[in-house]
Design a protein around this ligand. Structure first.
Ligand SMILES: [Zn+2]
Ligand SMILES: [Zn+2]
Length: 270
């Protein structure tokens, strides 16, 4: 489906179009969410769910937007390369959903999910343990109180590796183009945007969730507990490698600490 849309174009044209779409989508969704949650009347109503009490500084937000724009362009080079290989039959990326039967699609989506969970966690962990990789990844940690824009605010090389599953997964197993891009975008972009937006909404995974990564967990990774919570969607890898950090761990160090959920529950009970 997606490959068919770009088939008539050269690699260069396709890359420019994809960059335009990606950057437009980034400003629309992350910009919209930022304005809505931080700059509109809504910010007072949802204030009780804020992960950190301080507001991010305008300088930080500006930095996120600049980094995010460059990184989004970088992701789209990877997407374009993957599409080009698929269009020319060099990889297992295919356009017709019926090519391997419809039952294969959920199975392959699960394959993408597992590959990404393992790969993204491992790369993120390595970035915090290897001096050279840390030089690249610490760019993302300039934002200790991130906003939605922070989802893409990486050093472009960091983003290049993070986006690489789009490139290499079609060499591991055949994958329908919509399934690959859809799963990648949902995990990394849609959920990632929420993880960075600075709010722990009650209808989203709780900070006390056993297996899921909530906005609290990733915010904690930014706010100070750098050696914990490397996962982006499920906490399985963090649980296996004992790098999961929870509100109870934090409260054990500082008895007065309350995560937004506990804080709000106590305020309601009072
Ligand atoms: Zn990190
Ligand atoms: Zn982050």
């Amino acid at each position: 489906m997606l490959l068919d849309l770009f088939r008539p174009f050269s690699f260069f044209q396709m890359t420019l179009m994809l960059m335009g779409i990606g950057i437009f989508w980034y400003y629309l969704t992350c910009g919209g969410l930022y304005l809505w949650l931080h700059r509109s009347k809504m910010s007072q109503r949802v204030g009780k769910w804020r992960t950190q009490r301080a507001w991010p500084t305008p300088k930080q937000v500006k930095g996120e937007v600049v980094d995010g724009t460059v990184s989004m362009a970088m992701v789209m080079v990877v997407v374009s390369a993957a599409f080009w290989l698929g269009i020319h039959g060099y990889s297992g990326l295919y356009a017709d959903p019926g090519e391997y039967g419809l039952a294969y699609i959920p199975l392959s989506i699960f394959g993408v999910f597992v590959t990404m969970e393992v790969f993204e966690w491992t790369f993120h962990w390595a970035c915090h343990r290897n001096d050279l990789l840390w030089k690249v990844h610490k760019h993302h940690h300039r934002y200790s109180n991130p906003t939605a824009f922070g989802v893409m605010a990486d050093q472009p090389l960091d983003m290049l590796v993070k986006a690489s599953p789009i490139f290499f997964i079609p060499f591991l197993f055949p994958i329908w183009d919509v399934a690959l891009i859809g799963t990648f975008a949902t995990l990394n972009f849609v959920y990632g945007t929420y993880l960075h937006a600075g709010f722990d909404f009650s209808f989203m995974p709780s900070p006390h969730s056993r297996y899921l990564v909530s906005a609290w967990h990733h915010n904690e990774h930014h706010a100070g507990s750098l050696d914990y919570n490397y996962g982006f969607f499920t906490g399985f890898m963090d649980l296996i490698f004992k790098t999961r950090y929870t509100p109870s761990d934090k409260a054990a160090k500082r008895s007065t600490y309350r995560c937004p959920e506990c804080r709000n529950r106590e305020a309601e009970a009072a």
